[in-house]
Design a protein around this ligand. Structure first.
Ligand code: AMP
Ligand code: TRP
Length: 337
């Protein structure tokens, strides 16, 4: 492995990627590939913590891979693989089950939100989800984890677990740090700007998918909830307009000051139309590259398999170290451990 910093991130291959995923995570993964050793993972084992149709999950795994490549993930510079292809993820997650406390996991906001409605029916996997995520990160001795703001708590938990493991069993894991973008870290739902845009939002008018047609983008943005008033600025009391303006800033690469000045004295209709134009301009070329890539599923499968083969030895080594440190297995013949 090179001595460049290791960057690892994951995305669930369920639902369709939306602009929150794109601006909060994927676009940055692509932009920052040059400086690091990059590993991007399609976390299909995280996806099954809520019900999935098997055929659809497999389809979405290829779709998500093609979107990431279309967004600029370069297989020459980055590993891109499917989580369930490297068995050590589940194996290390189990070891972490012996480290994490119930209380720690009960404090996780994502778990509380996702299980709020039907706690008794929600899967055990939804509860232990952060341990699998911690295993993903720790296996590759990751330094940096680029994610949206919603995942910061999980990366901090990973750090705590690694620290506890190292203190108890000896230096084994590298402590990771989350990196959160200044802009686009939390894109909110268009129908309800107090809730983050999510893949499970489901309702039409909630999200803009990165594969949405120009017409669909237009109808979602034009019907987005705005606020009473008319000033266009980022303001905690006006979440609807703030969200649209944040999307505009993320899509055009302008600054907050320049954007606020640009829209001074203009109405919400103008803001919405310009957001539509900016999104269509950004997403149309991505969609064209996606269509090409998606037309060769065998090529996608081969690329994902090759990548898993290339990085598996790193995961195997870290897992073997963790296992030995905890006293599992028989150790080596004649050895001290
Ligand atoms: P997920 O869709 O949960 O697999 O998330 C994949 C990546 O997108 C993670 O880095 C998330 O933090 C990020 N992400 C998800 N939803 C949003 C959002 N609404 N705004 C910004 N980033 C997000
Ligand atoms: N839990 C993350 C999400 O829902 C996805 C994920 C899984 C991840 N494993 C990871 C992100 C490791 C960063 C690092 O967004």
């Amino acid at each position: 492995m090179s001595d460049k910093p290791v960057v690892f991130s994951g995305i669930q291959p369920s639902g369709t990627l939306h602009i929150g995923n794109y601006y909060g995570a994927v676009r940055r993964w692509a932009a920052e590939q040059g400086h690091n050793f990059n590993i991007f993972c399609l976390v299909d084992m995280h996806a099954i913590t809520v019900p999935q149709d098997p055929a659809e999950l497999r389809e979405k795994t290829l779709e998500t891979a093609a979107i990431l490549l279309a967004a600029g993930i370069d297989p020459q510079r980055s590993a891109l693989f499917v989580q369930s292809d490297v068995g050590e993820h589940a194996q290390l997650a189990w070891l972490l089950n012996g480290i994490a406390s119930m209380g720690q996991l009960q404090r996780m906001t994502q778990y509380k939100e996702k299980s709020a409605e039907r706690r008794e029916q929600s899967t055990v996997g939804l509860f232990t989800y952060p341990l699998l995520m911690a295993a993903d990160i720790l296996l590759y001795r990751t330094n940096f984890v680029p994610v949206g703001a919603d995942q910061k708590q999980h990366v901090e938990l990973t750090r705590d677990l690694a620290q506890r493991f190292n203190a108890t069993f000896g230096e084994t894991f590298v402590l990771p740090e989350p990196t959160i973008p200044a802009l686009g870290a939390r894109i909110m739902g268009l129908d309800d700007p107090t809730k983050k845009m999510s893949k499970s939002g489901g309702r039409s008018g909630h999200a803009v998918g990165v594969l949405d047609s120009a017409d669909a983008i237009k109808s979602a943005i034009m019907s987005a909830q705005t606020d009473s008033g008319s000033e266009i600025s980022i303001d905690r009391d006006r979440p609807g307009v703030s969200n649209l303006l944040s999307i505009y800033i993320a899509a055009t690469g302008t600054t907050r000051e320049a954007a606020e000045q640009h829209f001074a004295g203009k109405g919400y209709g103008t803001l919405k139309r310009e957001v539509v134009d900016a999104l269509v301009a950004e997403l149309a070329p991505l969609q064209a590259r996606y269509a090409e890539l998606r037309a060769s599923p065998d090529h996608l499968r081969a690329l994902l398999t090759r990548s898993a083969t290339a990085i598996r030895p790193i995961a195997q080594q870290t897992y073997a170290d963790a296992k030995r440190a905890m006293g599992l297995g028989l150790g080596s013949p004649g050895g001290q451990e």
